[in-house]
Structure formats: C-alpha cells, structure tokens
Write a protein that binds this ligand. Structure first.
Ligand SMILES: [Zn+2]
Length: 302
C-alpha cells in the first residue's frame, strides 16, 4: 500500500554497492531463487486489507502488498466529491504533459487527496469564488509508480518530443538535479497538489491534440498553449526559472495572480514551493512520511 523512504530503490542500490563481490554473487543467486519462487506463485487472492494507520501516527514502514491489493487509506477522497466546483485538468492522465503520453498509475483523470487537504482546499475555493476566480487542479495525489515512470523516462535521452513546450531552455538531463521533477515527491503523500486560478466562468479553449505544434511554456499568453487559466507568467509544468514563483521578470497581472494564489492557499496552511508557482504542500498533512502507490482510480478508495 505504501512506499516509504526506506523502500525506495535509491537506498537499495547504495546498500548493494557495499557488498563484497563473492557475497554479492551469493546474494544475486538467492535473489534469483526467490524471484523464481515469487513468479511461480498463482495470482494473488484477495486478502483482508491491513488496518488503516492513525493519521496522527503514520507508520514509517509497512509490508508492501501486491499491486492487485493496493488500496488507499479510508481518509482519501475524490476532490470533486468534496467540492464539485473546483475544476480538474489532470494532465498526467493525458498526453498533454512533459512526457507526451499518459503516465503509469493514472487510469482515471481524478484528483485524489486526503480528506483533510480536500476540505482545506474547499475553504480556499470559497475564498477564490468570492474574488471571481476558481481553482483548477492539474495534479494531486501521485502514486510512487508514476514517479518511477518519470525516472525511467529521464534515462531515455531520445524521448524529448515535448521539450519545445515544457523544458525549452533546460537540458532533459538536468530536470531532476534542478528540482523540476522530484523523486520521491510529496505528491505521493496525498496532501500536495498542483493548481492554478481560472476566471468564473472559465473561457472555452480548444483541447490539446497530440502532434500539434508546440509553443514554449515561457511564451506570452496568446502565443503559448491556450490554457483557460488566468495569466501566471508561464504554462503549467514549465521547467524554467521563469516559473519560480518570485522570478523578478514576472510583473504586472501575472505577478498579481501568482501572489493571489499564494495568499489564498496560505490561509488554509498550504505552502508554495518557490521553484514552481503551481505546487503547494498542505503543512498539516496526515501522512508526512508515507509514500503511497495505489493507482489514481475510484476503485482505489474504500
Ligand atoms: Zn507539484
């Protein structure tokens, strides 16, 4: 159900690197034997779900059940069930993202969050609506397998079909080093999200068509992809210094819009990541050390 820091592949690789060669051969032989045993097993049969951890005492590590049994704790919700007025544009369930295809772990275009974060966001939405704006979420809970998909993609230097829009001025090899993509990410803890503001009602815009001509996310509004949001100075997931929330080159209405989003979110204890105007972490998150891996689907919820 969960992936914790201790389960992440980085630690495993580092530990294996310190094993002497002869021991390593034995370890590999043992691992292969275990793997063969595991592969020979019949399909997993449904087993009772493990107890939900108390939000106030997140478990630092717990057994990782098979993929078929991955379910969210009882306090995860679909954001639209808590507040149907918040718009959703879940880019990782579509081809319109920096990879250029739907990301592993997003079978449905849903915003899943912990109930605590969703209810706080509902309060933010009420304040936004009072100012003639609505929230629009691009990404919410992100399973660990999606982060693994990003990591695998990052190792394929030839796969850069979306570079012209999403990272026109940053080398693909630097996306992790410069903090544009995080592994692990707070999104996997279920209380961090990416969002923007849209006018009420939002303007109608043509949908993204795979293969269409790409324009840099740093281009002026009117030239870059016609998102229906207010002008934030760059597009979403624009891996570029211009997307840094306080970049001094962002002035006028775009700067005001960034500050408005930051102010609205801060009232409910959502903290902005200074490297990305769209990324906010709920500081009162119930699972501060737990990285989940259930898919983004209604069937993952209890
Ligand atoms: Zn984010």
């Amino acid at each position: 159900m969960r992936v914790t820091r201790t389960d992440l592949p980085v630690g495993g690789v580092a530990a294996a690197g310190r094993v002497p060669r002869r021991s390593a051969a034995r370890v590999i032989a043992l691992a292969l034997a275990l793997l063969a045993t595991a592969c020979a097993r019949p399909s997993p049969t449904p087993t009772p779900s493990p107890p939900t951890p108390s939000p106030s005492s997140p478990s630092p590590s717990s057994p990782s059940p098979t993929a078929a049994g991955l379910r969210a704790p009882a306090d995860f919700v679909v954001l639209s069930d808590v507040d149907p007025s918040i718009h959703t544009d879940i880019r990782y369930a579509t081809a319109h993202n920096f990879v250029g295809r739907p990301i592993v772990g997003y079978p449905e275009p849903l915003c899943l969050l912990t109930r605590r974060a969703a209810e706080a966001l509902h309060q933010v939405q009420a304040a936004a609506l009072a100012q003639g704006r609505s929230l629009k979420v691009y990404d919410c809970y992100r399973p660990q397998r999606a982060v693994d998909d990003f990591v695998a993609w990052a190792k394929l230097p030839g796969e850069q079909q979306m570079k012209a829009e999403f990272y026109p001025h940053v080398a693909k090899s630097k996306l992790f080093d410069e903090g544009y993509i995080g592994a692990p990410t707070a999104h996997s803890r279920g209380s961090t999200l990416d969002l923007t503001l849209v006018p009420v009602p939002p303007p109608t815009r043509p949908a993204y068509a795979p293969g269409q001509r790409l324009v840099s996310c740093t281009a002026p509004p009117g030239q870059r992809f016609p998102d229906n949001s207010v002008d934030m100075g760059t597009g979403f997931d624009c891996f570029d210094p211009l997307a840094h929330t306080a970049d001094p080159r962002i002035t006028g209405a775009a700067r005001e819009n960034r500050l408005l989003l930051e102010r609205l979110m801060a009232t409910q204890r959502f903290e902005n990541y200074p490297g990305e105007w769209w990324h906010f972490q709920f500081t009162d998150e119930p699972y501060p050390t737990t990285y989940f891996d259930f898919p983004v689907a209604r069937s993952s919820l209890r």
